[in-house]
Write a protein that binds this ligand. Structure first.
Ligand code: KG4
Ligand code: ZN
Length: 318
């Protein structure tokens, strides 16, 4: 029988300090996240210097909590992993230094993990997903279509030319006076059922690359629309605005990903990143299961930043 592999993983690239113990890349033994959202909300976005200081405050607590919730010792771990890039450098340093210290003290290998690959690998948690698959990675910083041919063998076949989807959500939310991070707030209003998703016709960008994306035009269209409504002195129809925006974004992502899956003849599609928590994006994709596709999307807590996905990536990619 093969020996089980346990990885202790850390994530600190943005505004969550997180630690986890992951078994064989698929089973989460403990998952602890200290979020800084409340702190950054007052600034309307993440302040890098504040974020780095908060990580320093939280890291030891999160590390202790994750190992004790797992009811294990560092001696039981096979490796220590941490997000190495991309992200805010002052924030990344906190997690990487903590992980390197643990690896030195307990004489365990240190595994540096790419944050984007970790989001993709969140799809291995609690599933039997095996490559090949197409991954739509939609986070606060990135929007990519990735062809995963094998474990660790990825090719970016499309990406955004300007804003990421998460950025577009957050900026549009701010225009409507919704709190940071706006994605989840827009989703809440859009899915309330009160709004009319066809009330506002919004542009779907054309891009030169067949599977590339662009969201800055949509963001500007929302800005003009909101300014126009405000000028008329109307109370903003936030439900209609959110529903219309969400319909345009989700349809754009869905159409591109589906045509890529057909072009590459791939029957498994995985969603990843914070925006993969979005209700309408999930609904559109899961509907494809009626057409012979198999759809994967991490549980909500593994969509937004967490360390379990880092542990999964460390296992499958190294
Ligand atoms: O992956 P993530 O936690 O951090 C990055 O690596 O960037 O993604 C955060 C992004 C934010 O822009 C947030 O607004 C968005 O994910 N988000 C959502 C939803 N939940 C989080 N966007 C749309 N709908 C949601 N339900
Ligand atoms: Zn992320």
């Amino acid at each position: 029988m093969q020996k089980d592999t346990y990885i202790f993983a850390l994530e600190s690239s943005c505004d969550e300090t997180a630690a986890a113990v992951v078994k064989n890349g698929r089973e989460v033994i403990s998952n602890v996240v200290a979020t800084q959202i409340e702190i950054h909300r007052q600034y309307g976005g993440v302040v890098p210097e504040v974020a780095a200081r908060k990580h320093l405050e939280s890291i030891n607590l999160v590390v202790d909590e994750a190992i004790s919730q797992a009811n294990m010792k560092f001696e039981d771990m096979d490796a220590i992993a941490a997000t190495e890039k991309p992200g805010l450098v002052g924030c990344l340093l906190v997690g990487v230094n903590a992980a390197k210290t643990l690896s030195l003290v307990y004489n365990k290998p240190f595994i540096p993990v790419n944050h984007l690959k970790a989001h993709v690998c969140a799809n291995y948690i609690d599933t039997d997903l095996k490559p090949p698959f197409l991954c739509l990675l939609v986070s606060g910083g990135h929007t990519q279509l990735i062809k995963v041919s094998d474990y660790g063998q990825e090719e970016i076949i499309g990406e955004t030319m300007d804003d990421s989807v998460g950025e577009a959500y957050d900026k549009v939310a701010r225009l409507m006076g919704l709190p940071y991070p706006g994605g989840i707030e827009v989703d809440k209003l859009a899915k309330s059922g009160i709004g009319d998703k066809h009330r506002f016709k919004l542009p779907k960008a054309r891009t030169s690359g067949e599977f590339d994306f662009s969201f800055s035009g949509l963001k500007t269209a929302m800005l003009r629309l909101i300014q126009g409504l405000e000028k008329e002195g109307e109370e903003l129809p936030v439900h209609d605005l959110c529903a219309s925006f969400q319909e345009t974004v989700s349809a754009t992502l869905f159409e591109k990903a589906l045509s890529a899956a057909k072009a590459y003849d791939i029957k498994q599609i995985a969603l990843a990143g914070g925006v993969a928590a979005n209700s309408e994006i999930r609904r559109k994709f899961f509907d494809l299961e009626n057409q012979g596709f198999k759809i994967y999307a991490p549980k909500m807590k593994y969509c937004t930043d967490n360390a379990s996905m880092v542990g999964a990536a460390a296992y499958f990619l190294h």
